[in-house]
Ligand binder design. Structure first.
Ligand code: ADE
Ligand code: ZN
Length: 339
């Protein structure tokens, strides 16, 4: 019998391309491009995937992306990692994926023009979606520690590529040390240009960051947001705005947001009447699939299996697809989930 969680038709709103590289592919790229692993740091896996023995901190988590940035050496590499990220989701029975990617990170090693990198990801994602029979939309991510000027460039290039499937803009990176407010103008203009907005907040920063992301920057969805529960007034605000939370349980544990899995507030967020969806964040860094996260929610955090249907449909209904396409997709999911 096929595993229940793998067979479950899934939808995911929060997965980073840069956190989705297969280890085998990284080894191929390292060999082909002469990338050497710094002496004394151990195997590649210890640099790009969370290890059991290391302290679970946001610093260690974010450090993986610094190593990963060395791998984007050619258009073919970017094409391949995008294709494989889509393939891996499809093989896990993810039917709808919003894949986010960070053009600045992908362009850095070889100084590729941002617009080229974005076109490569768009082209590869579109082709892979057809090949592996999965619906894919893209979100462009900008990091808090990069300049506002770069964020503005990415936002404009993304807005010009809505026809190619870039539907949204995301703010990611180090929330502990970099505020979102400098990006206010960029996010306002992006919204005016038709991009939908999601922001990482309430992960490595407090509930006030969730309020700022929603009320000031205009985010419809919040990446993580699990610390929203620290302030009941922000919980009320999120309920009133129908803010959608993209919750990534394993990532939260491995990046030090919660001390133990048992402490994860997923069930308390649901009880508080918040709209919750489940996602992987960085499946390769965490060595997980979305099925693993569905299983973890039910078997470790006590979510009834019936509630998986609610979270899955919430993801579909909060997707950044145009209304007509979203309704078609939601109808398919409702039918298959017998809702
Ligand atoms: N980029 C990739 N994963 C992230 C996370 N969990 N938080 C912020 N930025 C990220
Ligand atoms: Zn994320």
């Amino acid at each position: 019998m096929e595993d229940f969680y793998r067979a479950f038709p899934k939808a995911e709103l929060h997965r980073h391309l840069e956190g989705s590289l297969r280890l085998k592919t990284m080894l191929d790229i390292a060999r082909a491009h002469g990338i050497t692993i710094p002496f004394g740091t151990g195997p590649l896996s210890s640099l790009v995937q969370v290890q059991g023995g290391e302290p679970f901190t946001y610093q260690n988590f974010l450090a993986k992306f610094n190593t990963l940035r060395m791998f984007y050496r050619s258009p073919e590499v970017i094409y391949r990692v995008t294709r494989e990220a889509v393939e891996d989701a499809a093989r896990d029975n993810v039917r709808y994926l919003e894949l986010r990617f960070t053009p600045v990170a992908l362009s850095r090693a070889e100084r590729f023009p941002l617009h080229d990198v974005m076109d490569w990801v768009c082209g590869s994602a579109r082709k892979a979606a057809q090949e592996f029979n999965i619906q894919v939309a893209l979100i462009a991510s900008v990091n808090r520690h990069e300049s506002v000027e770069l964020a503005e460039q990415v936002a404009w290039l993304a807005a010009e590529r809505r026809e190619c499937g870039i539907l949204g803009l995301d703010l990611a990176g180090n929330e502990a040390d970099f505020p979102a407010e400098p990006f206010l103008g960029v996010f306002r203009e992006a919204k005016q240009a038709g991009l939908r907005l999601t922001i990482h907040a309430g992960e490595w920063g407090g509930a006030e960051n969730v309020r700022a992301a929603v009320e000031t920057l205009g985010a419809e969805r919040i990446g993580h947001g699990v610390r929203v529960l620290e302030d009941p007034s922000v919980v009320r605000m999120a309920r009133e705005h129908k803010t959608v939370f993209e919750v990534c349980v394993t990532s939260n544990y491995q990046s030090g947001v919660v001390k133990s899995l048992a402490d994860h507030p997923l069930m308390r967020m649901l009880s508080a009447g918040l709209i919750v969806t489940l996602a992987t964040d960085d499946p390769s860094i965490s060595q997980i699939t979305l099925s693993d996260e569905y299983r973890r929610a039910c078997e470790d955090l006590g979510m009834p299996q019936e509630t998986l249907k609610q979270c899955t449909l919430a993801a579909v209904e909060a997707s950044f697809l145009p209304q007509f396409e979203k309704e078609k997709l939601a109808a398919k999911f409702r039918k298959e989930l017998a809702l």
